[in-house]
Design a protein around this ligand. Structure first.
Ligand code: 5GP
Length: 191
């Protein structure tokens, strides 16, 4: 998505540790007009897949997932980060290693919100090492639901998570893929 690349070039900042700051349009402040276009692009990519539900992870996946949910007219479910290790029997749970904090939390989804009849589209803001998407794929499997694929607004290709998941046969679509980033330059993958 050309406009995602333009937004990154115009508004993002490269932070130490391979982190991209996109607080002005995707995290913290959300550019709603742009987010509407993002939702429509996601709906276009998966229009023939019979998606019944979108699954994301709190907190920063929620705006983009809601935009996709509006465009596809399907509900959005978000996995919650569970601070305690106690998981009750009415939830699906899986460990996800936080890219930004380095710690691992169980993320949980209440069982009643996903079923084996669902076809899930997983959506998140960033794809780095792939831990968040891998966790959401695991929850989809636990529910016995089928998976249409995944969408990341921004994939950092040099952190390899996207290509590892593609090698396992999953459909992973990213609206922009960054292959290299420094303070001076951001290089996008041709798609
Ligand atoms: P992964 O699990 O693929 O390693 O990392 C993806 C998760 O970490 C996303 O849910 C996102 O919230 C966060 N994340 C990863 N890289 C970045 C980044 O460069 N900037 C921001 N703002 N969040 C990131």
């Amino acid at each position: 998505m050309k406009k995602m690349e333009e937004k990154i070039l115009n508004e993002a900042a490269v932070l130490p540790g391979g982190v991209l700051k996109v607080g002005s349009f995707l995290n913290q402040q959300v550019d709603t007009k742009f987010m509407k276009e993002v939702g429509e692009e996601i709906a276009r990519l998966y229009k023939d897949e019979g998606v019944t539900k979108i699954l994301t992870i709190e907190a920063s996946g929620i705006p983009i997932a809601i935009a996709a949910g509006f465009a596809m007219e399907v509900p959005v479910v978000y996995a919650k980060k569970n601070k305690s290790s106690n998981v009750s029997g009415d939830s699906y749970s899986t460990p996800v290693k936080s890219f930004t904090h380095g710690d691992t939390n169980n993320v949980i989804v209440t069982k009643e919100y996903l079923s084996k009849d669902d076809k899930i589209l997983i959506v998140d803001d960033f794809l780095a090492h792939g831990s968040a998407l891998t966790g959401l794929i695991d929850i989809t499997k636990q529910a016995g639901a089928s998976l249409a694929g995944c969408v990341a607004a921004i994939e950092k290709g040099f952190q390899m998570g996207g290509d590892k998941l593609r090698a396992k046969g999953y459909r992973i679509e990213s609206l922009a893929i960054i292959d290299e980033m420094t303070d001076d330059e951001i290089v996008f993958r041709e798609q």
